[in-house]
Design a protein. Sequence first.
Length: 529
Amino acid sequence: MKNILIVEDSKLFSGLINKKISKYFPYSCIVKHNYQDAVTFLQNSSEQILLAVLDMNLPDAPNGEIINYVISKGIPSVVMTSYVNDEVHDKILNLKPFDYILKEPNSLDVLSNTIHRYLRNRDLHILLVDDSNISRQITSDLLVSQFFQIIEANNGADALKELENDSSIKLLITDYHMPQMDGFELTKEVRKKYAMEDLAIIGISARGNPLLASQFLKCGANDFIAKPFFAEELLWRVNQNVELMANIAQRRQYHANLEKEVERQTAEIKKSQTMIIQQEKLAAIGQLSAGVAHEINNPIGFISSNLGSMKKYMKKLCEYIEASKANLPQDELSELREKLKIDFILEDVGELVNESTEGTNRVKEIINNLKSFSRSDEAEAKETDINECIESTLKIVWNELKYKSEVIKEYGDLPSLKCYHQQLNQVFMNLLVNAAQAIEEQGIITIQTWADKKNIYVAISDTGQGIKPENIDHLFEAFFTTKEVGKGTGLGLSIAHGIITKHSGTIDVESHLGTGTKFKIALPVEGVT
């Protein structure tokens, strides 16, 4: 594992540096408090040192000797000093550390940013374009001191080839005065393929023409530096542009991660909503189970009775057939036929079979409706006849309605609607069951459908007890219910509202105490997309 060496005589300050680095970086810190201990460690240890943080003035090395020694070992170093004047500044730069930091209240944050910059620079490729070997070498040496990976080209054409071959280049530094293709032309060519946020360009030229800076920028450069430049000015310009590029890349990644997280959360919400809808659907079936069982038991009952009758008929028919085979006299056979009521049996069997077939079809229809209603919602919307949806739902809830209400159906001619019909069936079931439960003894439930150019409308009204005005605004809230415990989950109307909203429709309610309630649904004729 790589380590960071800290050489600082103040145990308090070195402890703070250690704590800061350990918090933000995956490296261990090796702390020494004087020059001699640091030298002894470096001479005898096999530990890998990634970077050194060095105090310029140590008790046993007050003139920066530790900096010279550590850098001579090939270890990148960050110098920390309490003050800087021209003499100290030149002295530090002559030692060629990675950077220096003043010991101030925010110096630990500056140190953290400096370490980040060092780690980033090691992987960043810069393309340096200049036809002057001397000028290019001077600039290259400065950039190498910051541990950038430098790629050199002495003309624009070669620079374009380097860009084509190395996608890791993130910064281009180009001189203006070059043969064949000057800096402006190179910048324009580069911008045809690379956006400013993907590849930064810094133009360089000798002082003298004040228009060069603006012209470089108009051609697509991110920045401009005039020659001769101070070494620190170039390095800070480069680092600022690199930092800007890194921030843009980071924001892009944050945005991409945010989009993925939104997609994941949306999928989770949809999954949860689907589960809630399905649970409410099954809960509704559970509440209707007694009525559904009664609807099935009726045809099963007369089918069973018919089978009992047919068993008796078969016994008599078999007796008569056996007598016929015995060659009895015709008068005795006729007497037996009359006694066994064979003619009545032959006539009644057909009716029994028809009744039983009708009963089995009725059971089959109820079961199919239940299967269709209870299964998970379909993944894709389908063209549907809304009137048929209402009819199939009525068959499921009929036992809940028939003893308390007369159902009046006023169906209009409706266009086919692309929708999730199972979900709409759930809406219709909730409204029909609510209508029946709102009627205390006997009443009327009216179902109306009609359409105009924009919408298909469904209205379900009852002559029940009505809804209190203070409850109207809360009807579509989850878990709000005015029913007794065990007679409702408080989710029916909330889910119904969600389903209608999913279909880009609306659901409204109008109610008057003592006279009844009317729910009106509007669904856009274009259907779901």
